[in-house]
Design a protein around this ligand. Structure first.
Ligand SMILES: C[S@@+](CC[C@H](N)C(=O)[O-])C[C@H]1O[C@@H](n2cnc3c(N)ncnc32)[C@H](O)[C@@H]1O
Length: 305
């Protein structure tokens, strides 16, 4: 998180991306009516410009436009893939036998709009500052499908296992862990430490979904270019206070989840997923450097401990 300890700005950027994609990208597959409602009026300006394809005049608004549009392109395949992976587990175990933990939830709207979560406990874990802001913003949303249990945790400092246990998360029931857009902001040590807690609290039949970055040169270059452009245009770079702290090769990430007793079921780049869902792939390097891994703990396997 940002050095100043404030709420996450990248959480707002990805929410803007979902608001841009809503009803426009991957029609029939992607839908997030909560995204626009979770944004403040000033944050909606670039969203509305992208949705109207109205390229603004001036370097700063243009920069915001390009960032939000690129984010929209990434969010549609990313969200559809993760939602499908959640649905598969609910179909397998039924709502009564499943719980969902969203790690680094940001402005995630699933608890309000993913119908399959009805009757399923949803735990939203996030940095306390981001979560405070999420709770304020979510006050304006309609009734949730499953009212989230908020669990404030700073992954760099707090004990995730204790916090989840205190919040009512059960080690004995399968958990779907959604860890979307967070690993890049954590060090390798913080990521491995969190994986240990996940492993210790995952009953057989649990599923772990991780969106992470792989160390491709084009991806790093794109991020660097965004930082330079932000400086040149005097725009706020949402990534400035949340630098990338870790990138993982698929092999290294596969080993890390295997150490926790999970078997990788699939691990695709966003570029592959964008092609699958026929969504725009304007920023191929960035999409190629972003991956979504789905890993399962076999239903007949050992219990955590
Ligand atoms: C890019 S946002 C992703 C939000 C959400 N998962 C989504 O995809 O919409 C990054 C999230 O990671 C969280 N995060 C980053 N570092 C964290 C830390 N040390 N402890 C807890 N949360 C952290 C931020 O608060 C933020 O919600």
């Amino acid at each position: 998180m940002g050095g100043a300890g404030g709420a996450s700005r990248t959480a707002i950027l990805v929410c803007q991306g979902r608001a841009v994609a809503h009803g426009r990208l991957a029609p029939g597959r992607f839908d997030d009516p909560t995204a626009l409602a979770l944004l403040r009026p000033a944050e909606r300006v670039a969203v509305e410009q992208v949705r109207a394809d109205a390229v603004p005049v001036g370097a700063r608004p243009r920069m915001a436009f390009e960032m939000v549009r690129a984010c929209g392109d990434a969010m549609a395949p990313r969200t559809v893939t993760i939602d499908d992976a959640v649905r598969e587990v609910v179909a397998r175990h039924g709502a009564a036998g499943t719980q969902v933990v969203i790690l680094g939830a940001g402005l995630d709207g699933r608890a309000w709009q993913l119908r399959e979560l009805a009757g399923i406990p949803v735990f939203e874990v996030d940095h306390p500052a981001t979560q405070r802001e999420k709770r304020e913003r979510a006050g304006g949303l309609a009734e949730p499908v499953s009212a989230p249990v908020y669990v404030p945790v700073d992954f760099s400092r707090d004990d995730l296992g204790d916090a989840l246990a205190a919040a009512g998360h059960r080690e004995s029931a399968p958990t779907v862990w959604i860890w979307e857009g967070v690993v890049p902001y954590l060090t390798r040590g913080q990521t491995l430490g969190t994986l240990q807690v996940i492993a210790a609290r995952s009953a057989p039949g649990s599923r772990l979904i991780i969106q992470y970055h792989s160390p491709t040169p084009g991806f790093a270059l794109g991020r660097g270019a965004a930082a330079v452009l932000s400086r040149l245009t005097g725009s706020e770079n949402p990534m400035a206070r949340e630098p990338n702290r870790s990138a993982w090769t698929p092999r290294a990430m596969g080993r890390a989840v295997a150490a926790g007793g999970f078997t990788v079921t699939r691990d695709d780049t966003l570029l592959v997923l964008a092609r699958r869902f026929d969504t725009p792939a304007r920023h191929r390097q960035s999409l190629r450097g972003t991956r979504i891994l789905v890993a399962d703990r076999p239903a007949g396997g050992p219990s955590p401990g």
